[in-house]
Design a protein around this ligand. Structure first.
Ligand code: ZN
Length: 392
C-alpha cells in the first residue's frame, strides 16, 4: 500500500512526529541535545533515524518531511552516512573506553557532506556514570552543528544533569489498534494483523516480524505451547534441555552476526570493500574480541534470549488470570492459543496460577546470576507441572 509519509514508519506516535517535524521546520529553535524515552519496541531508534533523515534531507527536509530517496536519506537509512553515527551495544554497559575513543573524537568535527553531524546513542541507560559525565561537556557547550540524540526507557535512566540539558521526547507504547493499522497498511490481512498486534503488546518490531515471518511466529507460539504442555517431570527436563540448547545456538549466531556486521560497517567507514586486505595502519581497529569477551557476549545474549522465553511463558499465565478474573476473551494477548488458555483457566485454581507466575518471575531473576541456566529452567518447568487431577 502507498506510504503517505515516511513518518508513518513511526507507528502510534502522532504527537512526537508533529513535535519533531516542527523543530525540523523552524530550525532556529533546534536543540543540540535530545533524549528520546520510551519502552523497548516503542520506536526510539526509528524516531532517531527519521529525525536524522529530516534534518539532512536535501529535497523536503525543510518542510519537516524526509523524501526517503535522496542520497542523504538513503545513506542515513543504510547507516553509511559519514556524518551520522548510530551507537549501540549488546553488552550490559558501554565500555568507557569505547565512548572516549570512538564517539568523543568526532563530536566536534564539522559535518563532511550534510548540514549536521548527528550522534545517536541507543540505550543510554547503559552508559556508565563516568561516560555520562564526560559527555556532559558536549551538552553544556554544544557545537552548533552537532545534534546528540540519546535514548533510554525512562528519563530517570540518565543523570539529572543530562536530563536538564536535553529536550525530552516521550514515545508512548503504541496501541494495539495503531499497530494493527500499520500492519494492514503493509498488506497483512485483518485477522492476522489483529492477533499478531495483540500478541506483540505494543512492540511494533515484533508485530512486524511475526506478521511477515511464519517461522518466527511458530517459534514464538511454541514457547506458550511448552508452558501448557509440561505434564510430567521428564517433560520438564526435556524442555529445559531443548530451550537451553536452542538459546546457546541463537546466542552464538547473534553474536557472530553482530561482530560481522560491525566489521562490515568499519570497513565501509574506512573505504574498504568486503574482501579488501586490511593494511597495517588499520589493523588495530579490527581487533576481534578475545575468548573471554566472546564468551561473555554469548552468555549475555543467551540470558536475554531465555528471558524473552520466560516472559512469553509468563504471558500465558497472565492470560489465564485475565480469563479467570474478568472472563473476557478479547483481552487475552495470545489469541492463537485461546482454546488451551480457556481450558487451563478452568482447570487450575487462581492460587495455582499465582504460584506459577511467582516461580517464573523468580527464574527471571535467577538467570541474571551465575547459576546454570539449564538447571534454572529445569526447576522452573517442574513448577509448571499440571496437577494430576487435571490430567486424569
Ligand atoms: Zn531526502
Amino acid at each position: 500500500m502507498l506510504i503517505v509519509s515516511i513518518w508513518d514508519k513511526l507507528v502510534g506516535q502522532k504527537e512526537v512526529v508533529e513535535e519533531l517535524r516542527q523543530y525540523a521546520i523552524n530550525r532556529e529553535r533546534l536543540a543540540n541535545s535530545w533524549l528520546f524515552t520510551g519502552a523497548p519496541g516503542s520506536g526510539r531508534s526509528v524516531a532517531a533515524e527519521l529525525f536524522a533523515q529530516t534534518l539532512l534531507c536535501e529535497v523536503s527536509g525543510g518542510k519537516g518531511e524526509p523524501c526517503g530517496e535522496c542520497e542523504q536519506c538513503r545513506m542515513v537509512e543504510a547507516r553509511t552516512h559519514p556524518d551520522v553515527m548510530f551507537v549501540k551495544t549488546n553488552q550490559k554497559q558501554y565500555k568507557v573506553d569505547d565512548i572516549r575513543s570512538k564517539v568523543m573524537p568526532i563530536a566536534n568535527l564539522t559535518p563532511k557532506i550534510g548540514k549536521y553531524r548527528i550522534i545517536y546513542i541507543e540505550d543510554a541507560d547503559r552508559l556508565r556514570q563516568e561516560s555520562q559525565n564526560s559527555l556532559l561537556k558536549y551538552f553544556e557547550e554544544p557545537e552548533p552543528l552537532t545534534i546528540w540524540i540519546l535514548s533510554c526507557p525512562n528519563r530517570g535512566d540518565v543523570l539529572p544533569t543530562i536530563q536538564s540539558r536535553a529536550r525530552i521526547v516521550n514515545l508512548k507504547i503504541p496501541s494495539d489498534l495503531d499497530v494493527e493499522m500499520s500492519l494492514k497498511q503493509d498488506g497483512i490481512e485483518q485477522k492476522k494483523a489483529q492477533d499478531v498486534s495483540r500478541l506483540a503488546a505494543g512492540h511494533i518490531g515484533l508485530a512486524k516480524l511475526w506478521a511477515n515471518d511464519e517461522e518466527q511466529l511458530k517459534l514464538r507460539l511454541r514457547n506458550s505451547a511448552i508452558a501448557l504442555g509440561v505434564h510430567k517431570t521428564v517433560d520438564a527436563v526435556l524442555f529445559a534441555e531443548e530451550v537451553d540448547k536452542e538459546a546457546d545456538r541463537l546466542a552464538e549466531e547473534k553474536v557472530q552476526a553482530e561482530i560481522k556486521k560491525d566489521e562490515l560497517l568499519l570497513r565501509k567507514e574506512l573505504g574498504l570493500g568486503e574482501n579488501d586486505k586490511i593494511s597495517k595502519e588499520f589493523q588495530s581497529f579490527f581487533k576481534s574480541p578475545n575468548k573471554d569477551d566472546l564468551k561473555r557476549m554469548i552468555n549475555r545474549s543467551k540470558q536475554d534470549y531465555i528471558d524473552i522465553i520466560l516472559q512469553e511463558i509468563l504471558m500465558v499465565y497472565r492470560d489465564i488470570t485475565l480469563i479467570q478474573s474478568q472472563g473476557k476473551e478479547e483481552l487475552v494477548y495470545n489469541q492463537f492459543d485461546l482454546d488451551l488458555i480457556k481450558k487451563y483457566s478452568l482447570a487450575l485454581t487462581k492460587k495455582e496460577v499465582e504460584m506459577r507466575i511467582e516461580k517464573i518471575e523468580e527464574a527471571r531473576k535467577r538467570i541474571l546470576t551465575n547459576a546454570s541456566l539449564k538447571l534454572i529452567l529445569e526447576s522452573m518447568f517442574c513448577s509448571l507441572l499440571l496437577p494430576t487431577r487435571v490430567l486424569s
